[in-house]
Design a protein around this ligand. Structure first.
Ligand code: CP
Length: 334
């Protein structure tokens, strides 16, 4: 079967919330409304269930630039494969070829690239440079990880939770470790927007700011999502449906590695800590992982680990995102 735009937009009710995404940027999860997030997850499911079908008509003839200042395995490859399967071409540049603001202003780079390509996917440390780039771009800009957020990871994470539990609303997710990092921030935004409760388990030095917790309260209000921070890891994890962690030191923060290792050691996800979660609790990690540090080998390689589902779902959810940002749903009745 050939998947075309008409049957893609048939997965969302009229008027499709996906239609409003055409031409937009995704710099953080909160750029989406809860309805748009839900529609993207439904489109992800539609495309994943039809992964063996011909999808190359969806973005045929489009070109997308992937500009990465920092290393990547999953994000780069999943975007390249997604674009190839959708019929588009990916152009990859890294290192000296692209660093926001180094050879020219972010605005000039954005204006130039907008004349060449249909979308730009950027991995950078500099979130404010990314915002400046997006502000001047005439094509959609996707954040493929910045110091502040990792929305593409969060789309795959909440999709994985939906696959495993049927719904994200009502789930209790525990995030252990550095509660201020980009993966934690984006996961928390997506979780509360879909009506889940997220508990951070972090020492005071790595706890999300009060301002961010208040933002999560506002984002979760309509769906009933909530966020709380605990310094006791057991209190954060008790009864959780999913336990999530990430490396203790993010890319670009290597100078803090020794301090982070010492501060975050009590928040490492071990079998003992998992024993306080619900018996069905999923273990989640965005990868790459460091066994024996933020997670024990027994947990990440154990039967409740969904880390490779998360990794696979990066590709399916990014396909949905690309289709939604780059195609018009107007004119399709459902
Ligand atoms: N999770 C993630 O973003 O992986 P990469 O850094 O390998 O892209």
């Amino acid at each position: 079967m050939c998947i075309n735009i008409q049957n893609v937009y048939a997965v969302a009710p009229a008027p499709s919330p996906l239609g409003s995404l055409n031409g937009r940027h995704l710099l953080q999860v909160s750029d989406l409304s809860p309805l748009e997030l839900d529609a993207l997850l439904r489109l992800t499911r539609f495309l994943k269930e039809r992964a063996g079908h011909e999808q190359s008509g969806l973005l045929r003839g489009r070109t997308v630039a992937l500009l990465f200042e920092k290393p990547s395995l999953r994000t780069r490859v999943s975007f390249e494969v997604a674009l190839t399967q959708l019929g588009a071409k990916a152009l990859f540049a890294q290192g000296a070829e692209f660093a926001i603001g180094s050879r020219e202003t972010p605005e000039d780079a954005a204006r130039v690239l907008s004349r060449y390509v249909d979308a730009v996917v950027i991995r950078t440390h500099d979130h404010s440079g990314l915002e400046r780039f997006a502000g001047a771009a005439g094509v959609p800009v996707i954040n493929a990880l910045s110091a502040e957020s990792h929305p593409c990871q969060a789309l795959a994470d909440v999709f994985t939770l939906r696959e495993r539990f049927g719904e994200v609303a009502g789930l209790h997710i525990a995030y252990l470790g550095d509660g201020r990092n980009n993966v934690a921030a984006s996961l928390a935004q997506a979780a509360v927007m879909l009506g889940a409760t997220i508990h951070f388990g972090s020492p005071p030095t790595h706890r999300p700011s009060e301002g961010f917790l208040a933002q999560l309260g506002r984002l979760g209000k309509s769906a009933g999502g909530r966020a709380r921070a605990f310094s006791n890891p057991v209190r954060a994890v008790r009864g959780a449906d999913a336990v999530y962690t990430d490396v203790w030191t993010s890319m670009g923060e290597e100078r803090y590695r020794e301090r982070n290792d010492a501060m975050l050691r009590p928040y490492g996800v071990t079998e003992e800590l998992m024993s306080y979660a619900a018996p069905h609790a999923a273990f989640m990690h965005c990868l790459p992982a460091h066994r024996g540090e933020e997670v024990s080998a027994a947990v990440i390689d154990g039967p409740n680990s969904v880390v490779f589902d998360q990794a696979e779902n990066r590709m399916h959810s990014q396909k949905a995102l690309l289709v939604a940002l780059l195609t018009e749903s107007k004119g399709f009745p459902i």
